[in-house]
Design a protein around this ligand. Sequence first.
Ligand code: ATP
Length: 500
Amino acid sequence: MSSDVKVVDQLNSTKQAEKSADINATSNIAISVKNVGKCFQIYDRPQDRLKQSIFRGRRQYYREFWALKDVSFEVKKGETIGIIGRNGSGKSTLLQIIAGTLSPTEGEVQVNGRVAALLELGSGFNPEFTGRENVFMNGAILGLSKEDTDSLFEDIVAFADIGDFIDQPVKTYSSGMAVRLAFAVQAMIPKEVLIVDEALAVGDELFQRKCYAKIEEFKRQGGTILFVSHSGSTIIELCDRAMLLDSGESLLIGPSKRVVNLYQKYIYAPASKKELIRQEMIEQSQQFSGEVNTKVQLAGTQKRAERVEQSSEAKQVRQRAMYDPFLVPKETLQYESRGAKIYNPEITTLTGEKVNLLIPGDRYIWRYYVKFHKPCQNLRFGMLIKTASGFELGGSVSSFSGEGVSFLQSGDIVKVEFTFTPRLNTGTYFLNGGVLGLTEEGEVYLDRGIDLAAFKILHNEDSLMTSIVDFSVVPEVIEVAGPDIPESKIEGFLHSLHEC
Ligand SMILES: Nc1ncnc2c1ncn2[C@@H]1O[C@H](COP(=O)(O)OP(=O)(O)OP(=O)(O)O)[C@@H](O)[C@H]1O
């Protein structure tokens, strides 16, 4: 897209946002998408495009391709919604329509407030102008006065961190530098709605972390976010709800963890089962409409576990079996079997007692059995531990890619054990198990169970750890000087300490 076209589109976008703000100013809805469809005209040969413009309307030289079909949803103010789906499912098209850089063929989109969109970053810059000039141009396009942009300018430049290049023409920038500056503009402008296409993978890892921190800050401040990602765990971590797009259709909108799990079950299902799962998802979508899932049947669990934590008995329970029958995942999800099935998943102590209240730092076994219903080869077995919000903490597979148990007959049963040490903070965690095998489609899950078991890490009074993972940190604080070192001498003094 040329920069001129982009400018016009963005001006339209601003106008659209202003218009919507009038309509929705008092509503708690930030984005409303109603029956949106997008049809692209596909020309098989370049000359067909020319013919179409000459014989306009009299004959059709293109094929129609509907990239979005009848998509409807609403996003409340302050909500973060994730959009997930395979390549080509229509995610970017939907984001562009909501951002106002693409118009829908049918349906209606309303956005309440100013939109900043982290899409096609840098494509709106004029390469002949300097970074500074482009920042002011972008500000004007986004509806900011010169004074507004003036007051944000230092922050934009500091965030982009491109040094003196700010006064060089953008055509001299590396692509990474242009993207950084464009991100900084969108990140710093005042906005009500932020649209992010994670596929942008901006710059190096440090800059990416800075971008995520900025997105998280916007979320904390009550901003509304629409977020596209291929990473299920990022969607679960960041988003309140998620939408699954498939071939341009919105199949499922609901709690993000549930949507991501069903999506994974769907993409790994054999072709013959896909339509069935698709229908199941459409039906589930109607049930969700905003409901929040509780993960575990907590009846009595929390109180029971707290009592155990508090009692002096907790200090003596090392090596004693601790099992709470109420601590079971409410929503275990098993993939469609492709010739193998997982049975009897359980956590035990090294001496075989079934447990789910674990002592941090002790050794345990995650065990399941697998029965094979057809001959299978290159078999690998996996485990994964996740937080209650679905964030993947870590796991293991039984061998490297492509290796594994070379062959098992139909009817064979294997026992799979993973001995592990949960070095984790107090809290509830979930375990997955999976069997991978080589089929004519490549390596696929022959069976996979999401949230097959839950466990709780008991409180350790002696631990000073913070957050989730225990890195066995040993803190040490030593007084090295009294108040007699003046401020101006501190660096020299600390240097002399190292030399001693
Ligand atoms: N300008 C266009 N002209 C014709 N077809 C288009 C155009 N833009 C997108 N499409 C088609 O529309 C479909 C949806 O594309 P889109 O980029 O929205 O998918 P996506 O889900 O974002 O994919 P990805 O995950 O690969 O980024 C694709 O089949 C794509 O080829």
